[in-house]
Design a protein around this ligand. Structure first.
Ligand SMILES: [Zn+2]
Length: 280
């Protein structure tokens, strides 16, 4: 089916109290695995986001990764958004629009507030002209993916409201104790702060670093206003474990298929935690 636009799915998710699972994909097997989990054959029938983050683009090359994600989305039996994740490079945003992506994330979180507003507003205006939704980030979330240490810095609700108003973004990534990478942030999400941000900000919130968050915390975060959950590390951990357990011999494809099956199991669990099953 055609690529799904992000904004209506986020609106539905927020109104109905579930979250859109957003999977970071760097190779064919992980891409196939999350679709195995999302499509009706895998039992989920869930709308999902396929994301290209900086690490995946370094791994695969932008043109090859874009072609994979867009083709996979078009071939899918459920609504799939294809999104550029954590991008600070306007030229790469242009490339994503040209490649047929349906959403962008403008990451100016390492810039001072005014420069972040200027950069993010520019990408939001450009994205909207092309019919794409745009997610912004105000406070750097940190952890492995962004190459900076996870910090204790948290999103301030009033500043977040000013940022959303000034930039016109469609969704906001928040820092509420979450962190990218393997470091579990289990039990440390500041749900009270999350609720205050959700009350102050008129757009759906996005939780990055979902891999380290236990199910009860994730469900509480969704109830408090999160409408999209970004997932990466837990997929690659499952893929790596499955491959490391086997012997490639002269044909690695059976091992890769085992990795794909392991990732599909994890993705199906995340889809369930997000409440996205049956929403596609
Ligand atoms: Zn992220």
């Amino acid at each position: 089916m055609p690529l799904a636009p992000l904004r209506p799915l986020l609106g539905r998710a927020r109104a109905e109290g579930w979250a859109l699972p957003a999977f970071n994909v760097a190779n064919l097997e992980v891409c196939a695995a999350v679709l195995d989990a999302a499509e009706p054959g895998g039992g989920s029938r869930a709308p999902i986001v396929l994301q290209a983050n900086p690490g995946a683009i370094r791994h695969a090359g932008f043109a090859r990764l874009a072609a994979l994600l867009v083709a996979a989305a078009r071939d899918a039996a459920v609504p799939v958004v294809v999104m550029l994740d954590h991008c600070a490079d306007p030229a790469l945003h242009e490339a994503a629009i040209a490649a047929g992506f349906s959403a962008l994330m403008a990451d100016g979180s390492r810039l001072p507030f005014d420069e972040n507003v200027t950069f993010t507003r520019r990408i939001a205006e450009r994205g909207h002209r092309a019919g794409l939704a745009v997610e912004g980030e105000l406070t750097a979330i940190g952890g492995r993916e962004e190459g900076v240490a996870a910090s204790d810095e948290r999103t301030d609700p009033d500043t977040a409201a000013r940022f959303v108003e000034a930039t016109g973004v469609d969704a906001l990534a928040v820092a509420v104790g979450n962190a990218h990478g393997d470091a579990p942030s289990g039990g440390r999400l500041d749900l009270e702060l999350l609720a205050r941000i959700a009350a102050a900000v008129p757009v759906p919130l996005v939780l990055h670093g979902t891999s380290g968050v236990p199910e009860n915390q994730l469900r509480a975060a969704i109830a408090a206003g999160v409408a999209k959950c970004n997932v990466s590390s837990v997929l690659y951990r499952a893929f790596a474990s499955a491959i490391a357990a086997g012997d490639a011999g002269t044909d690695p494809r059976p091992l890769l298929r085992g990795g794909r099956a392991a990732v599909a199991d994890v993705a199906a669990e995340v889809i369930g935690w997000c409440g996205a099953r049956g929403r596609g």
